[in-house]
Design a protein around this ligand. Structure first.
Ligand code: GLN
Length: 496
């Protein structure tokens, strides 16, 4: 059952030659072959590609050549991060046949650290969505209940970890896309500080908010991959020059005396009572470990969703303008020769056919909000509100070290339940968007289950570059609880 071990345990086992990278790869390939027909976490998965990399690592290992710290263990890649020679489609018809000519910096780093690339995971088209239902290609299901969504947009990334198909997985988080699916699928997911991980090779959605994140079974595994992921990248001017820490070295430190705030606005209307109860229980667990809690107030929370959807859509309308049928990707096959303005008609047809409904909705919303006459009323106002949200958080971090709350107002919802009601889908992002607007790091970790057996996730947010503290606190919580060790029946073998 190698696919049930953590990344940390797999690295130890490979290091001690208890098993090989090929055996590890085979275990995950087998689970994907057995279960992914039900889950649909992967858009592209080629067993021979995985096994070839594992064989190459084993050869290196057996010849006593020095090797990187990921030691031949697999990492799944969200379909928004470029891998050289492979399709990076962003789950969009627009990029269905786009083969990336280069590796994202993070992919280069993973290869250098001797990680193995496992396959490409499904997502909402261009990372816009919270359920994976906006993928142009397939519907990913929640491994805990296949009638439910895995969350989004990194739904495939979370589902593959929950289903025992990958020990480590890369996602992207613009407004909660790593943390919300992590909560829905019962795994741990970190959105680092804006600029902590290079975004060179991450397809842009909203450039002032986008950040690559990591999903894994627990905080230790997240720290392990984060250690290989950080650092300034000359190819990404927004990547931070701040020295990265050794997140593994500080993981086991003490948390007593730590001050955590719970904003009263996070426990208000709309929050599922079982999730509210889970916050109270987590507080108690952490208190027993010496953490001090205070109630704080973040009244700007209620403006987060409106602010986020304006800022993100405005930036998306610019970023997605490049998909015009002329540069790369999809181009309409319709004959536009008869049109008065053929070029314009080609653009129009290409974009009408290439983008899905949600992406079009965002482009239209963003273009409208940026147009003259509306710019001040919408975009500029959103930027001002964003600043107030940032100021409020900065003030809170003078009072407390970290902020605890729910990751989502509800557990995973049913497939189709919110598809026709975008507003209710957007409102589910209330707790996650704030961290992106402020650029701060935040993690979602498993904190229990609903009576109906669905995972609950809680979120810890901290000041910029406090990943060390966030991971240490999550790790301490995980040493004192076993929620993160629970696995769905399709992993433990209880399911047929
Ligand atoms: N659910 C949010 C949205 O639809 C967040 C997406 C993301 O973080 N990529 O925009």
């Amino acid at each position: 059952m190698l696919n049930q071990l953590s990344a940390f345990e797999l690295i130890e086992g490979i290091g001690d030659k208890k098993f090989s990278s090929v055996e590890v790869a085979e275990a995950f390939v087998e689970q994907v072959e057995k279960r992914d027909a039900d889950v649909n976490a992967f858009l592209r998965f080629d067993p021979s590609y995985v096994l070839d990399q594992a064989k190459a690592f084993d050869q290196k290992h057996s010849s006593n050549t020095a090797f990187g710290s990921l030691s031949g263990i697999p990492v799944a890649v969200k379909d928004v991060i470029c891998v050289k020679g492979q399709v990076t489609s962003c789950a969009s018809k627009m990029l269905e046949h786009f083969v990336s000519p280069y590796d994202a910096t993070l992919i280069e780093k993973i290869k250098r650290a001797d990680g193995i690339l496992l396959g490409t995971t499904n997502m909402d088209e261009f990372a816009m969505g919270s359920s994976n239902e906006n993928s142009a290609f397939s519907r990913t299901k929640n491994p805990w209940d296949t009638d439910r969504v895995p969350g989004g947009s990194s739904g495939g990334a979370a589902a593959c970890v929950a289903a025992g198909m990958a020990p480590l997985s890369l996602g992207s988080d613009t407004g909660g896309s790593v943390r919300q699916p992590a909560a829905f699928c019962g795994v741990t997911g970190l959105k680092p500080t804006y600029g902590r991980i290079s975004r060179y090779g991450l397809v842009a959605f909203a450039s002032s908010l986008d950040q690559i994140g990591i999903l894994a079974g627990d905080a230790r595994d997240v720290a392990l991959l984060l250690n290989e992921s950080t650092g300034h990248d000359p190819k990404d001017s927004t990547s931070s020059p701040t020295d990265p820490a050794d997140y593994m070295a500080t993981l086991h430190g003490d948390v007593s005396g730590l001050k955590i705030g719970i904003p009263k606005e996070y426990l208000g209307e709309g929050l599922d009572p079982e999730i509210a109860e889970s916050v109270r229980q987590a507080r108690q667990t952490l208190e027993e470990m010496g953490v001090e809690f205070t109630e704080i107030s973040l009244p700007m929370t209620s403006y987060g969703v409106a602010t986020y959807y304006l800022v993100a859509s405005c930036e998306a309308s610019g970023n997605l303008a490049r998909y015009d049928g002329a540069h790369y990707g999809f181009r309409t096959e319709k004959n536009v020769d008869a049109a008065e303005n053929r070029l314009l008609e080609m653009y129009r047809q290409t974009r009408s056919e290439g983008f899905g409904a949600e992406v079009k909705r965002r482009i239209m919303l963003g273009t409208y909000a940026l147009s003259s006459g509306y710019y001040d009323a919408y975009y500029l106002k959103a930027l001002k509100t964003r600043r107030l949200i940032q100021d409020e958080l900065n003030a809170a971090f003078k009072q407390v070290d970290l902020i605890l709350g729910p990751t989502t107002p509800t557990p995973a919802f049913k497939l189709g339940e919110k598809k026709k009601d975008p507003l209710s889908m957007y409102l589910g992002d209330i707790y996650t968007v704030v961290a992106n607007l402020a650029g701060i790091p935040a993690i979602s970790f498993p904190s229990g289950f609903t009576q109906s057996g669905l995972p609950i996730g809680l979120q810890l947010q901290g000041p910029s570059f406090s990943e060390e503290l966030i991971l240490r606190t999550t790790c301490s919580f995980q040493k004192n609880t076993d929620w993160h060790t629970k696995k769905p029946a399709m992993v433990t073998g209880a399911a047929k």
